[in-house]
Design a protein around this ligand. Sequence first.
Ligand code: FES
Length: 230
Amino acid sequence: MSDHKKEPRIKITHNGPYLVSGKVPLYEKIIVPVGKHYVLQDGRELPQSDVYALCRCGKSKNTPFCDGSHEKVGFVGEETASKTKYEDRADYMEGPGIDLLDDHRCALARFCHQEKGDAWELTARSDQDDCKKEAIQAACECPSGRLTAVEKTGARIEPTYEPSIEIIQDPEKGVSAGIFVKGNIPIESSDGETYEIRNRVALCRCGRSGNKPFCDVSHVSGRFKDKDKE
Ligand code: FES
């Protein structure tokens, strides 16, 4: 195998699964409320391998892996998301102590909610140290990468992540949720173009997103649940 093949990478197949290569660790995580904020707890252990195919259509009976069901159901997985850069898509909110970029790509992970308010309220009150700290945390913990805290120097604040993939369960909403991709893993479109490489993105795995390949919270309205969680 060439070195290129050993690098973490996600290849989106035409009307099919996400092909993951480069020995990317795979976890199941559960969104759990703690006070007024949320944490990710470990879920069941998932098999690890150098390469694997993750279901994108939402119909696999062996989630999170593809079992070929996409062909039987005639899955149409057309990618509709913009490939323009985050900073060109994002709104810029100025706060007194910290600023906030927001591209509105929400995965309903709810980590923007902290003890003293949400990311926008906290940014507006970021002249107070405790609010500024929570505003940064709210942005950094946003797994879809929707929110980014920006220092007054212009420096963007990013958590440090090793490449990993997290399959999300959301029992509070009674659904299975998207795929959190962490650590700057390149994602190649089925047309061969690579999306902007980002430290945090959330991919759709219910097959219903209107902004494929990214999660747009359709798993909630679609009451998506992994087969083993039904
Ligand atoms: S993408 Fe293959 S079973 Fe869902």
